[in-house]
Write a protein of this length. Structure first.
Length: 227
């Protein structure tokens, strides 16, 4: 049991009286500090738990703020990437249009370059090689046909029957050539203007050279070619 002395007053007269009372044993110079040990332990546990809760709460709030800042930075980076992708897509569309103006298919040329790069980095001997998408010219006389030439070949092979743009695209795909229907349609329209093809609805017909002399070249605006 812990004890402690009575507090001493600052007034000299009161202090003198208290000393006399203690000397005469009229006042005990000690007070019991009767504290329940279990209650003391509970209070200590409460103090420790409060301190731990506060510490953890501060840590969690700091981690949450850091994560929110990271998410914000990632969202800004994603937005920048999306804007950059849109710009690159617009440039790619412009380049594809420019390629069509100069009479070649840039998508097919890209496929040729990719296939050539795969062949150059082929795995060691013993691993079978996949066939190339399109023949790569090795001599000046070994020239790869253009999309326009392949379209003309398709309608010639279908003569006297007709052929549709979707069918021509499938034929090119079987040969490993990726071509858009817009590109095939523009090639057909070019032959129609030259009197070498004609259109009947969704169907395209080849016009032999003799019959082409009697055909009137198409001079109207470009119709809907994708069927």
């Amino acid at each position: 049991m812990a004890t402690k002395r009575l507090p001493r007053p600052r007034d000299p007269l009161a202090l003198t009286k208290l000393i006399g009372d203690i000397a005469n044993r009229e006042v005990a110079d000690a007070a019991d500090d009767r504290t329940d040990p279990e209650e003391a332990m509970r209070q200590e546990d409460t103090v420790r738990a409060k301190a731990e809760i506060i510490r953890r709460y501060r840590q969690v709030c700091a981690d949450l703020a850091a994560d929110q800042e990271t998410v914000k930075q990632h969202q800004e980076a994603i937005q920048q990437c999306q804007a950059h992708q849109q710009m690159l897509a617009a440039q790619a569309n412009d380049l594809e249009a420019a390629a069509r103006v100069f009479g070649f298919d840039i998508i097919r040329e890209k496929a040729v370059l990719l296939e050539r790069a795969r062949n150059q980095t082929q795995s060691p001997v013993g691993v079978p090689q996949s066939p190339p998408l399109v023949p790569i010219p090795t001599t000046p006389t070994d020239k790869c046909p253009t999309i326009t030439e392949l379209v003309l070949e398709s309608i010639q092979q279908a003569f006297p029957d007709s052929v549709r743009v979707s069918e021509i695209r499938k034929q090119l795909a079987k040969r490993g050539i990726a071509a858009r229907e817009e590109t095939i349609g523009m090639a057909l329209y070019r032959f129609a203007r030259l009197g070498r093809a004609r259109r009947d609805g969704w169907n395209w017909f080849f016009i032999p050279p003799r019959a082409a002399q009697n055909e009137t070249p198409v001079q109207s605006e470009v119709p809907s070619l994708i069927h």
